[in-house]
Ligand binder design. Structure first.
Ligand code: ZN
Length: 558
């Protein structure tokens, strides 16, 4: 389907503001949108989309997921013809062959199709994901995709040392490409390639959970790992030291970027690939999971002319996304924004991003000091790890700059005590801090198979911290597992937040060197919702399950 039309239909369904579709619309490789592009978007409800399309084109809509399609109809024509026309023969009656399509423009090829089938043709429109599920019975979709995997060389990568590739055959190259294409289809955020004494396995992380996908033959272990290292431009002869690199690929016409790290373990090198998918980056702050009041406090913090805004949480809790969304909101032509990151995860237009490189002495502290000589307005520093970075960040915040950064603490109040423990004076902390945000990610219940969870008792809900009177009325939900969520009951993730405003009461306690518990009590009194409270709100709203909420909001989870 053509891009403009796609945008029109999406606009009519109202499922997402058009500006969120910009990365897709701007993909210059394609004047057309492929089905794969559509499925990658979490917000994209393809059933809604197809229903709107069927109205526009006056076609009948069918939910193929609920239809029983017999193999004999799928075999009416050659596989290559199904691929060519993207039309699935799902029924044949005395009157016509029924073709299921997801792209209405195929209707224009009716004459060709009548010639092909030598029979009258009828079209029905279906949604892409159920179309693709039936299509997989005709053809192995990973194989189709495999043909499209291409390495992108040279672009933005440092010059690399030539390595020997003679030990790696075509079959290994295909095998590795298959893993990468498969990870792309399953929306895996990380790929773990792991050697053990007698086995070798590949695991994918999808929506935060790791699961084993394949156990390649042990004799492929070295070639596969070497191939990945070559693609990432690492030194394949070096097997004793950890290395970092990057793989750039094009899958289905889409540029995909992986950050790669290798680590020597007891039985060989473990390689982890982290997907850096720009099109999945959610920059709209209102979509991240903030509650209205939390968003207001956070926005107020980042829109101050100067001061420090900190985001805290464990690795993989979505801190970068929150910071990027803040930067994108502050990113105007009259603002000079610089970031020091380890490493830069996404390129943001109009922002000066610097990769810190310890080995050449370009640390967070050094980058931060250099920014201050570059007439900055907004500075983001990847992480405040030590006193030197902390002091420089505070100084920058106190001298008229807005500073954004992250810390590795459990909750918002303990971020303050961490700064104090680093050795930063209490009056500098109160003078510079605008807002502190703690966050976690919870898996979102799949909307296609969401049902009320009647197995959870009121007592269990109460034991999680819900007041007995509220627990009485509270309904909890779960996903039963369906095709759309691969049976997991979850699809996508939602962030839970704890947003701490630096109120006069909180300031007073910081100046008194109070404990994080005391600060927390005061912050709650001043209106802060803790991670646990926010998580339970998401449960009550039916966005996540009780167990996800509890696992991700227990204070000692790190
Ligand atoms: Zn589901």
């Amino acid at each position: 389907m053509f891009r403009k039309e796609f945008a029109d239909v999406i606009g009519k369904t109202g499922m997402v503001p058009l500006k969120d579709l910009r990365p897709l619309m701007l993909n210059k490789d394609a004047t057309k949108i492929s089905e794969l592009d559509l499925l990658r978007f979490d917000f994209f409800d393809d059933v809604k989309f197809a229903k709107q399309l069927s109205e526009n084109y006056k076609l009948t809509f069918i939910d193929l997921a609920k239809a029983k399609v017999q193999d004999k109809y799928l075999k009416l024509v050659k596989k290559s013809d199904i691929v060519k026309y993207r039309a699935l023969p799902i029924q044949k009656s005395a009157k016509a062959v029924t073709l299921a399509i997801f792209d209405p423009s195929i209707v224009e090829m009716k004459a060709d199709l009548i010639t092909l089938y030598q029979y009258n043709i009828e079209f029905i429109l279906t949604n892409i994901s159920s179309w693709a599920n039936i299509f997989e019975r005709v053809t192995e979709s990973v194989d189709e995709l495999l043909e499209t995997v291409r390495e992108i060389k040279g672009d933005n990568l440092d010059e690399h040392v030539e390595v020997k590739e003679e030990d790696i055959g075509d079959d290994v190259i295909r095998y590795v490409n298959r893993i990468l294409a498969d990870a792309f289809i399953r929306k895996a955020s990380d790929i773990h390639v792991e050697p053990y004494e007698n086995t070798f396995r590949v695991r994918f992380r999808v929506d935060g959970s790791l699961a084993e996908v394949i156990k390649p033959p042990k004799n492929l272990m070295l070639p596969i790992i070497s191939r990945l290292k070559i693609m990432a431009q690492l030194d394949i002869s070096e097997r004793r030291k950890p290395q970092d690199g990057r793989i750039k690929l094009s899958v289905g016409g889409r540029p995909i970027d992986y950050r790669v790290s290798s680590l020597p373990t007891l039985f060989g090198e473990k390689v982890v690939l982290r997907l850096l998918d720009q099109s999945n980056l959610q920059l709209d702050m209102t979509k991240l999971g903030f509650e209205a009041k939390q968003l207001q406090v956070f926005k107020n913090g980042i829109h101050q002319p100067y001061g420090m805004c900190l985001v805290t949480g464990p690795t993989g809790s979505g801190k970068t996304t929150t910071l990027y969304s803040a930067l994108s909101e502050l990113n105007t032509v009259d603002t000079n924004i610089s970031t020091a990151e380890d490493p830069v995860e996404f390129n943001l237009e109009g922002i000066n991003q610097v990769n810190v490189r310890k080995e050449i002495g370009l640390t967070f502290a050094v980058a931060l000091k250099a920014f201050l000589r570059q007439d900055p307005d907004v500075i983001m520093v990847g992480e405040i790890r030590d006193l030197e970075v902390g002091e420089t960040a505070v100084e920058a915040a106190l001298t008229g700059h807005l500073v954004l950064s992250t810390l590795h603490t459990n909750d918002a109040p303990s971020t303050v005590t961490r700064l104090l423990n680093m050795g930063i004076e209490p009056f500098l902390v109160t003078g510079s801090l605008n807002v502190v945000v703690a966050q976690r990610l919870c898996r979102r219940i799949c909307t296609s198979c969401k049902v009320e969870d009647r197995d959870t008792s009121k007592d269990e809900i109460i034991s999680c911290g819900v007041a007995p009177s509220s627990a009485e009325k509270m309904k909890v939900y779960k996903g039963e597992g369906c095709e759309r969520c691969n049976g997991s009951g979850y699809k996508g993730r939602v962030a839970i937040y704890e947003v701490m405003d630096i109120t006069p009461g909180v300031k007073e306690l910081i100046l008194k060197n109070a404990s994080s518990d005391e600060i927390k009590k005061q912050a709650i009194k001043d209106g802060m919702k803790t991670l646990r409270m926010s998580a339970l709100t998401k449960v009550a709203l039916g966005e996540t399950t009780l167990s996800e909420a509890i696992t991700n909001s227990s204070a000692d989870k790190f």
